[in-house]
Design a protein around this ligand. Structure first.
Ligand code: SOE
Length: 386
């Protein structure tokens, strides 16, 4: 079987999710090449070595350039904090590597455009890791919309709610620093629901947003970086330079309208990504905390039997599901990444377009940037078409 060597940069939360994906892709999916986990890269020799041993990476390094220099690495997967994405993606594409990059693709739209154009010029496959598209229930929503089941779309109402930084003593981790992450809940969480809206409803045409930072200063962490668990506090305080919450209204090119809310201050909401889409013939509703379910209201049914139907999207007929378990044996967060890795390998070998690609990452970032501009100017902002 043909083999494709993978080099992964990043060894924290996403590094783990992607390690698992490369490890399992050829086990769950019949794909035309086997991803071989050649090298993992990260900062902190002890941790990176341990990660390599635990997940089965053949080798490890602290220098990402060593990953790119290797002839046996064909795919470079970037899972670092956001400010490093551009440099690494451009360098990988220049070396002719196919590239996967975590979201948000860059720090702003001009960075993303440069990354997209560079990958196209290098003729490499590129994918931005918006994992939630590959949830079978979300794919079912996509198929129902495409088949005309809910007709013309009027509304999308989407939220992404978390609560992990409400404690003012939670340290100033990298996700709370603008120069490292670009933005806060906005780029981290709105990026996902913007992606789902583009996937399911269509292109945005204009937005009007607001942001808030509830806790303006936090204890500095003991070491740079820091994950969702926060880690140990160091000495002194530092300024939070990103939003804690970002909300916006939107119009779409096809006439639909939407509302979006991302926050890390919704007490009790851990990873609550929800959307509801209302069309002339029906509605669809999804909640990631029950990710195997899609709710479908069919307004064409006789009135006396109408009601939201709970569809368990775990039948072999649902996208991706037959690759996992017999119907009804539910799947989780990690399966979306496995499907993404499998599709990416297929796109490389069969020379088809990977999705969502860097153009999607760019168009997503245009919306993210426009919301921040709108919040600053307190006005509606149009999304550029180019
Ligand atoms: C943390 O807020 C986070 O891990 C995001 O970075 C992910 O993209 C999201 O899937 C879950 O929450």
């Amino acid at each position: 079987m043909k083999e494709l060597g993978v080099g992964l940069i990043g060894h924290q939360f996403m590094g783990k999710a992607h390690s698992n994906a490369w490890l399992k892709a050829a086990k769950f999916f019949d794909i035309p090449a086997k991803p071989v986990m050649k090298v993992i890269c990260g900062i902190g020799a002890k941790e990176v070595q341990a990660m390599a041993e635990r997940w089965g990476w053949e080798s490890w390094t602290e220098n990402y350039k060593e990953v790119l220099d290797r002839d046996d690495v064909h795919i470079v997967d970037v899972c670092t904090p956001n400010f490093l994405h551009k440099e690494m993606v451009l360098a990988a594409a220049a070396k002719g590597k196919h590239v996967v990059c975590e979201k948000p693709l860059g720090m702003n739209a001009s960075e993303c455009r440069e990354m997209w154009k560079a990958a196209e010029k290098a003729k490499v496959k590129h994918m931005v890791s918006h994992c939630y598209r590959r949830c079978p229930a979300v794919m079912l929503a996509k198929e129902l919309i495409a088949s005309g089941a809910i007709g013309r779309i009027f509304h999308i109402r989407a939220v992404y709610l978390q609560d992990w930084i409400i404690d003012p003593k939670f340290p100033l981790v990298w996700r709370l620093k603008k120069e490292v992450s670009g933005s806060g809940a906005h780029g981290d969480l709105n990026a996902h629901i913007i992606d789902l809206a583009r996937f399911l409803v269509g292109e945005f045409s204009e937005v009007c947003g607001m942001t808030e930072t509830f806790i303006k200063e936090r204890p500095l962490p003991e070491a740079a970086g820091g994950g969702l668990a926060g880690g140990k506090k160091g000495k002194g305080m530092g300024k939070v330079t990103v939003d804690d919450a970002a909300l916006f209204l939107a119009r779409f090119a096809n006439g639909a309208i939407g509302s979006f809310e991302a926050t890390r201050f919704a007490q009790g909401r851990k990873n609550c990504e929800r959307f509801e889409i209302n069309g002339e013939k029906g509605s669809l509703a999804f909640d990631f905390e029950e990710m195997n379910v899609l709710w479908y209201f069919d307004a064409t049914r006789p009135k006396n039997v109408q009601g939201f139907t709970k569809i368990l999207a775990t039948d072999p007929s649902h996208s991706y599901f037959k690759n996992y378990w017999p119907g009804g044996h539910i799947i989780g967060y990690e399966h979306q990444f496995i499907a993404g890795a499998a599709d990416f390998v297929k796109a490389i070998v069969e020379d088809t377009k990977a999705w969502p690609d860097f153009e999607d990452g760019y168009r997503n970032q245009l919306v993210l940037d426009a919301v921040l501009e709108s919040a600053e100017k307190k006005t509606w902002v149009r999304i550029p078409k180019q």
